[in-house]
Design a protein around this ligand. Structure first.
Ligand SMILES: Cc1cc2nc3c(=O)[nH]c(=O)nc-3n(C[C@H](O)[C@H](O)[C@H](O)COP(=O)(O)O)c2cc1C
Length: 283
C-alpha cells in the first residue's frame, strides 16, 4: 500500500477532504483514526502517510494527538498533514513536529483549508448555507489539485499561514501554554465547574443518533436519554451537537460564559451522513 490517509472528522469537512484527496492519489487508502485508538500500538504500512483533521481550539484534536503518540510510523518515508478550520490561526503543526521528532520522523508537508464552522456556541455563529459551502469548496477543490502534486512528488511544502502568521520569538512556549490553557478550560468546565459540558433539552426524542455519532463513545443512552459519561474523555468533535435531528443537544460551555446553541443552527457537511461519522469507529 503506498499512501495511507488517516482521518478524523466530527461533521464531515475533514472526511470530505480526505475522500477528495484519495480520488486524486493512486494506490491510496482511507483509514479512520478513531477505529485504531483502542490499540496499544498503531502501525502504519504506507510509504506515504497523511493525516487529515479539523482544528480544535487553535490546535490539533485530542484524538489526533493520541494517534500520533501511539503510532509507529517506521513504514513512512513521507508524512503530510491537512488541517481544516473555520479561520483562526493554527499552530498545531509545530506540535505534530515535536511528537514526530521523538520518533525520528518529520512532517514533510502541511496545508490548511478553510471550511464551514461546526461550533455553534458563539453569538455571531450563523449556520452555513449551500452557497457558503459551494464557495469554500470551489477553493478547496483547486487547492487539493496542487496539494496532490506536492504529495505525489513527495515534495517538502510547509506553507506559512499567511493570514495569521505571527513571528513570535517564543513560539514553542506560546504553543505549549496555549494548548495547556485550552485543555484546562475544557477540564474545568466539565469536571471541576460542576456543569456538564453537553446536555440534551426537552426536544430530545430519544432517537439515539447522538450515541451513534459519538466518536469517543462518551454518550450512552439510558432510559432513552443521552448520558455523557464523566469518566470517558470527549474528543470534542461536536458530532452529537450537529447531528441531533431535533437540535436538542446543547453546549453549556465554560462556567459563566453564555452559550447560544439553543438559538443557533447546526452544521454538518452535506455529503457526510450519520453512518459516515459513526463508521469511523470501525474499519
Ligand atoms: C471544539 C471545536 C473547536 C474548534 N476550534 C476552531 C479553531 O480554533 N479555529 C478554527 O478556525 N476553527 C475551529 N473549529 C471549526 C472546525 O475546525 C472546522 O469547522 C472543521 O472544518 C470541522 O471539521 P470536521 O467536520 O471534519 O470535524 C472548531 C470546531 C470545534 C468543534
Amino acid at each position: 500500500m503506498s499512501t495511507e490517509i488517516y482521518y478524523f472528522s466530527g461533521t464531515g469537512n475533514s472526511l470530505y477532504v480526505a475522500r477528495e484527496l484519495q480520488k486524486r492519489i493512486p494506490d491510496s487508502t482511507l483509514i479512520p483514526i478513531v477505529s485504531l485508538l483502542q490499540k496499544d500500538v498503531i502501525q502504519t504500512n504506507g510509504k506515504s502517510v497523511g493525516i487529515v483533521f479539523p482544528v480544535h481550539a487553535l490546535t490539533i484534536p485530542i484524538a489526533v494527538k493520541k494517534f500520533l503518540k501511539k503510532t509507529d510510523m517506521r513504514s513512512a518515508e513521507y508524512i503530510f498533514a491537512i488541517a481544516t478550520r473555520e479561520g483562526t490561526f493554527f499552530r498545531g503543526f509545530e506540535k505534530m513536529e515535536i511528537i514526530l521528532k521523538k520518533k525520528n520522523k518529520r512532517l514533510d508537508s502541511h496545508f490548511i483549508l478553510n471550511m464551514c464552522m461546526n461550533d455553534p456556541r458563539g453569538k455571531q455563529y450563523k449556520s452555513s448555507t449551500e452557497a457558503d459551502i459551494s464557495k469554500l469548496e470551489a477553493v478547496v477543490q483547486k487547492r487539493l489539485d496542487s496539494i496532490q502534486r506536492v504529495i505525489v512528488n513527495k515534495e517538502i511544502s510547509k506553507e506559512e499561514d499567511s493570514d495569521y502568521f505571527i513571528d513570535f520569538p517564543y513560539n514553542r512556549l506560546f504553543n505549549y501554554l496555549l494548548e495547556k490553557l485550552v485543555l484546562l478550560g475544557m477540564t474545568v468546565s466539565e469536571y471541576i465547574g460542576g456543569v456538564n459540558y453537553f446536555c440534551s433539552d426537552s426536544k430530545c426524542t430519544g432517537c439515539g443518533v447522538c450515541e451513534k455519532v459519538c466518536l469517543s463513545q462518551k454518550i450512552k443512552m439510558i432510559d432513552k436519554k443521552p448520558v455523557w459519561q464523566k469518566k470517558v474523555l470527549c474528543y470534542m468533535c461536536y458530532a452529537c451537537v450537529n447531528y441531533c435531528p431535533a437540535q436538542s443537544v446543547q453546549i453549556n460551555s465554560i462556567p459563566f460564559v453564555k452559550s447560544y446553541t439553543r438559538q443557533n443552527g447546526r452544521y454538518s457537511h452535506p455529503y457526510a451522513t450519520v453512518k459516515d461519522i459513526a463508521g469511523q469507529k470501525w474499519i
